[in-house]
Design a protein around this ligand. Structure first.
Ligand code: TRP
Length: 450
């Protein structure tokens, strides 16, 4: 087996993990979830779940990765036995499917950069414009271009590819986001936007928590790249004992900060243009925000910068998903990195092509991989770490932390009960919703198309 690579620096590892976490989840998904779920009430519950579920699960992935120094499939084969050795498969499958449509959406963001540079956002025909961008041959072409970028970076390896690229991308995302948030502060209507975004109404939380809670938990999971072994794979390249808890804390804080900033950017722009942030669902940034860019001063340039930032964030996340599957091919099949990355990239491109031709495939893939496989992967891993190998987990987390005291045990109990209970509920609920989709709108689509 080839010599296993490792990160050149601690900063490199942290930036790679932040790059993975900060992505479409933060800048595309987060603002529309806030809009759909009633503004600040959602933000509030989401923050709670990042701490209660997100942070413990990052650590669970870290300990398994660092302890085994293997890809997720190999890691579970090494320390698990029986059926537990199969969890890695849930991860690798989820990664393959998620990247296939993630890349399609990333392609749209590239297209919206070009539209902005040409001054082409439109207030009247924004939905039509989005329809033309979202599906069709252009979408397939940009999906291909984006996958090519992912292939090149991952093929270059951990140190020269991923680490080097995130050292440029992550600081750029942070600086540009802050700049945009500061600029939109000057727009008319900004004060109303902040009030909408930042002051939670207790009554909304009380009456809507049954829908807000699962949406916020799914968001917390997706935004921290949990449930498919990304954090596990990245920690497997650590090669030395560092304080995993402080690394996980930095990653969770930076990721949350960027999502929060995305809201500070999006809502003032929408309010300035008089657009209801709750009305557009998943197309919020592509329809409502793009329409708003047509109305505000310097909107074309501003929009190009905004969508450019989203594209960079998507790239720094996509490479982490790719690395999970590539590390599996390298470790378990003994394939060299470059051919492994190239072949896999082409396969993922082909699998994602239907999603670039018809939006229904995005729902089909997303509902299965993101809403079910990720939660299932996170659930199985949490049971495994909390109940099957707790001694190994505790021993691993204590390395690199001097005075952990009883915090290690507290962490273990978090993983054992609240996290497991929450994830069981989510898997069941999301499976039920997905069943509704398959027998409802997807069945309708099949009937009208075939
Ligand atoms: N966290 C990224 C985002 O917010 C997406 C992502 C990257 C991801 N790797 C992942 C999601 C692994 C789930 C699992 O856009």
């Amino acid at each position: 087996m080839a010599q296993r690579e490792s990160w050149a620096t601690r900063t490199g590892f942290i930036l790679a993990a932040v790059g993975s976490a900060v992505g479409l989840g933060n800048i595309w998904r987060f603002p529309y979830q806030v809009g759909e779920q009633g503004g600040a009430a959602f933000l509030f519950i989401y923050l709670l779940l990042i701490v209660m579920i997100g942070f413990p699960v990052i650590l669970a992935e870290f300990v398994v990765g660092r302890n085994t120094e293997r890809n997720p499939v190999g890691a579970l084969k090494r320390i698990g036995s029986g059926a537990w050795t199969k969890i890695g498969w849930v991860f690798v499958t989820a990664g393959f499917v998620i990247l296939s449509y993630y890349s399609v959406i990333a392609g749209w963001t590239v297209r919206y950069v070009l539209i902005g540079l040409q001054g082409g956002y439109t207030a009247d025909a924004a939905p039509e414009q989005f329809g033309a961008v979202a599906s069709g041959l252009d979408a397939v072409g940009l999906h291909a271009l984006f996958m090519l970028g992912v292939i090149v970076i991952v093929a270059l390896g951990i140190e020269r590819g991923i680490e080097l690229s995130v050292k440029v991308m992550v600081p750029a995302i942070i600086v540009i986001s802050l700049g945009l948030a500061a600029y939109v502060f000057t727009l008319e209507g900004a004060a109303d936007a902040y009030a909408y975004y930042l002051s939670p109404e207790l009554s909304t939380i009380m009456s809507e928590w049954t829908t807000i809670l699962p949406a916020a938990a799914a968001q917390a999971f997706f935004t921290l790249s949990l449930g498919m072994g990304v954090m596990m794979t990245y920690a497997s390249y650590l090669g030395e004992d560092r304080n995993l808890a402080s690394d996980a804390g930095i990653i969770a804080v930076l990721d949350t900060f960027i999502a929060f900033t995305a809201g500070l950017i999006a809502f003032p722009i929408l309010f300035a243009a008089g657009i209801d942030p709750g009305a557009s669902g998943p197309s919020l940034i592509f329809v409502s925000l793009a329409a708003a860019f047509a109305e505000i001063p310097f909107g074309g340039l501003l929009g190009a910068i905004f969508f450019g930032t989203v594209a960079i964030a998507a790239l720094s996340s996509a490479i982490s998903i790719m690395e999970v599957v590539v590390s599996y091919l390298i470790d378990e099949w003994d394939i060299d990195r470059i051919p492994a990355t190239a072949t896999l990239g082409v396969a993922i491109f082909l699998f994602g092509t239907p999603a670039a031709l018809d939006l229904v495939f995005i729902d089909l893939y997303d509902g299965f991989a993101n809403s079910i496989l990720l939660m299932l992967g996170g659930l199985l891993l949490s049971i495994f770490v909390g109940w099957i190998v707790p001694d190994l987990a505790l021993e691993e987390i204590e390395k690199g932390i001097k005075d952990i005291g009883s915090l290690g045990v507290a962490w273990l109990w978090f993983v054992r009960i609240p996290v497991v209970v929450a994830l069981i509920g989510l898997v069941a609920l999301n499976a039920w919703n997905y069943y509704g989709f398959l027998t409802g709108s997807f069945a309708d689509w099949l009937n009208t198309t075939l």
